[in-house]
Design a protein around this ligand. Structure first.
Ligand SMILES: Cc1cc2nc3c(=O)[nH]c(=O)nc-3n(C[C@H](O)[C@H](O)[C@H](O)COP(=O)(O)OP(=O)(O)OC[C@H]3O[C@@H](n4cnc5c(N)ncnc54)[C@H](O)[C@@H]3O)c2cc1C
Length: 402
């Protein structure tokens, strides 16, 4: 069996893995980044919405995204559009972005191995000390002082060590990237209500002047609706704003799962860190995880590199990573969960009222709300001083969970 020695092995070259690899190899440790597909982002499993300020902070080139400044929301009976002067959201060219992140890691010294499917974790006294991967018909051994599990929803490392079970609550999403006749490239649509998704929402996210992603997300186990079937039906019947797209031609299908079990997993063990979807780092309200995967991937990579350099890779020395990310997002994710629980139970009539409340929000308030980026002070302000009673009530729910 072929065998390699590295300081750090990272499993999965999604945004979490490439970002962890970039940070760790920038700190001077040797890093192997293992990806089971033939190329990074060969399969796209995400809609790719994120925020311009995060994209800029992470150094993602402008050529990787399409800016959005109009946020439209509709139920079967009502629609609202909140417009902003400047774009704050973006829809990523997912392939280009993920490949850019992987190249950054390689440029800082990471060795990327594609077509390398991790099938087993090597242990010494129950602590991970590397992995075995299947490469074509043979097996390759990667020895390491530490492992980072960035394998996304599947969480292959932590599951094979018996440290976590499959996620119980999750979102399932299906999406087509399509060429469309009429695209408003600065306007996204979120579509809510029973016909779009009984436990979730549907969306239109523009990728360019002539291309959009149309998708459906469904909460599991809350609903047994198959998102692909529902998506096909919505497109066939040209529901709501899908009709305004005119003629459409499907060019690619995307399907993915995203954990929604809250922050239930421990994310550091002796010689092991979990990042991104394997750690459950996602906003449950709109199932958003890319910026967390990049941000906390970098923190994890730095933490791992420092631990390796100091010769102490015990759980205790890795705990600053868990403290860092929990401090940054725990209360926000909990607040978003409260709103999600409220939204999952809404009837179409109640959605109509909810959209009236949402239409009272300014663009900044609306974006802070859906991206769960509210500071405690802004929530208190909205819950006590917003001129509209319904908005105050909405933010009182959020406030109660802080
Ligand atoms: C339908 C849908 C829509 C979404 N939309 C958005 C959105 O608009 N905005 C947003 O921010 N987030 C969105 N998300 C969530 C977002 O995609 C994830 O939070 C993000 O991709 C997490 O990154 P990651 O690196 O942890 O995992 P992933 O992106 O899943 O990457 C994991 C990588 O590990 C590899 N891998 C898995 N197993 C192995 C193995 N055994 N050996 C080697 N490699 C392996 C995979 O091939 C993959 O490349 C969406 C999710 C879904 C399902």
């Amino acid at each position: 069996m072929n065998e390699y020695d590295f300081d750090l092995v990272i499993v999965g070259a999604g945004p979490a893995g490439s970002s962890a690899a970039f940070a760790a190899s920038s700190e001077g440790v040797s890093v192997a980044l293992l990806e089971k597909e033939e190329a990074v982002a060969e399969t796209v499993r995400t809609s790719g919405v994120t925020w311009i300020e995060d994209a800029k902070e992470f150094g993602i080139p402008e050529a990787c995204y399409n800016p959005i400044s109009n946020y439209s929301f509709c139920s079967p009976t009502k629609s609202v559009t909140i417009s902003d002067e400047k774009p704050k959201a973006v829809v990523l060219d997912v392939r280009k972005t993920y490949r850019h992140l992987a190249e950054e890691a390689q440029n800082s010294g990471t060795k990327l191995f594609v077509n390398t499917n991790v099938i087993e974790v090597l242990t010494d006294n129950n602590k991970p000390v590397g992995v075995i991967a299947k490469v074509s018909e043979s097996q390759v051994k990667f020895n390491a002082k530490m492992v980072i599990d960035c394998s996304g929803f599947q969480s292959v490392v932590v599951k094979s060590l018996g440290l976590a079970e499959q996620w119980g609550r999750f979102g399932a999403g299906a999406e087509y990237e399509v060429k469309a006749e009429n695209v408003q490239s600065d306007t996204w649509w979120l579509m809510v209500g029973q016909e779009y998704s009984p436990a979730g929402y549907a969306w239109i996210f523009p990728v360019s002047k002539d291309t959009v992603r149309i998708g459906v997300g469904v909460g599991k186990p809350e609903s047994d609706v198959d998102p692909t079937e529902r998506l096909d039906k919505l497109i066939e019947e040209k529901k709501g704003p899908i009709k305004d797209l005119g003629d459409i031609t499907k060019i690619e299908f995307h399907y993915g799962l995203i954990p929604n079990d809250g922050l239930s997993r421990k994310t550091v063990y002796d010689n092991l860190i979990l990042v991104g979807d394997s750690a459950g780092q996602a906003n449950p309200l709109v199932l958003e995880g890319i910026r967390y995967a990049i941000r906390f991937g970098r923190v994890a990579g730095r933490t791992a590199a420092n631990a390796i350099k100091s010769g102490d890779t015990t759980q205790k020395s890795l705990e600053p990573y868990e403290k860092n990310w929990k401090k940054a997002i725990e209360s926000k994710i909990n607040s978003a969960s409260k709103i999600q629980n409220r939204w999952i139970g809404l009837t179409d009539e109640e959605w109509e009222k909810e959209l009236e409340v949402i239409s009272e929000l300014s663009a900044d308030e609306f974006l802070d709300f859906i991206r769960a980026d509210f500071s405690v002070s802004s929530i208190v302000r909205l819950a006590t001083h917003h001129p509209k009673l319904a908005v105050r009530q909405l933010f009182n729910i959020v406030k109660g969970s802080q």
